[in-house]
Design a protein around this ligand. Structure first.
Ligand code: IMP
Length: 199
């Protein structure tokens, strides 16, 4: 089966490809929007991860008429009323450097000691009917560090320390991050579903 991953985010694509490889998923080929030369902009106008993931998966399903899935994700800091949440990718502005998002978050937390936070990832899968989306959620609990550390990963990884670790996600390798991450948990559920459905 060919399954389109409705994302242009190279880091998400890398993680998802690696996860499918590590779970040894056979008979499923992941196609990306880059490979399909899809250049349109899909506006994420929803009010939740589920709505945004559905908007992206539905758009691509209707465009290519092929099974599609999308990931919508974000970071929620409890003492900031779960900000930036679904606005994680535009927290400090649209198309600005990642460094600005991270610095804005660190400055909003400057006088706050309780730095508990979680990453959330929701995947929406549309196999054959846009009225029957299937959702898979993964969460990773941790806290926001005081300093930026590590060069791996993407987004807020350099300031997120998962519970039970003394390193940020950006100090972990891709394989290590993929053992615990919110995205890995959601993808595992997706793969279990596909395996049961297709066998
Ligand atoms: P969206 O799902 O494309 O709306 O954007 C998700 C945004 O949340 C990313 O641009 C990152 O800023 C952040 N994010 C989501 N997942 C991760 C992750 O695994 N590590 C770091 N940041 C993430």
């Amino acid at each position: 089966m060919e399954l389109i991953f409705a994302s242009k985010n190279k880091d998400k694509i890398k993680e998802i490809r690696e996860l499918f490889k590590s779970f040894n998923v056979k008979n499923t080929k992941i196609l990306t929007l880059e490979e399909l030369k899809f250049s349109q902009f899909i506006e994420e106008s929803g009010n939740s991860y589920e709505e945004n993931a559905y908007i992206k998966a539905k758009y691509i399903y209707e465009y290519y008429k092929k099974p599609s899935f999308a990931d919508d994700s974000g970071l929620e800091v409890y003492k900031l009323n779960n900000k930036p949440g679904i606005f994680s990718s535009t927290f400090a502005g649209i198309n600005v450097s990642n460094y600005l998002h991270i610095n804005k978050l660190l400055s909003e937390l400057k006088d706050i000691n309780d730095r508990k936070a979680k990453f959330v990832c929701v995947i929406c899968l549309i196999l054959s009917n846009i009225n029957e989306p299937i959702f898979f959620r993964g969460e990773l609990e941790g806290e926001i560090s005081y300093k930026i550390k590590g060069n791996n990963g993407f987004g807020y990884d350099p300031i997120f320390i998962p519970n039970g670790y003394d390193k940020t996600l950006a100090e972990l390798t891709l394989v290590e991050k993929n053992k615990i991450s919110h995205r890995a948990i959601a993808v595992k559920k997706l793969i279990n579903y596909l395996t049961k459905k297709l066998n």
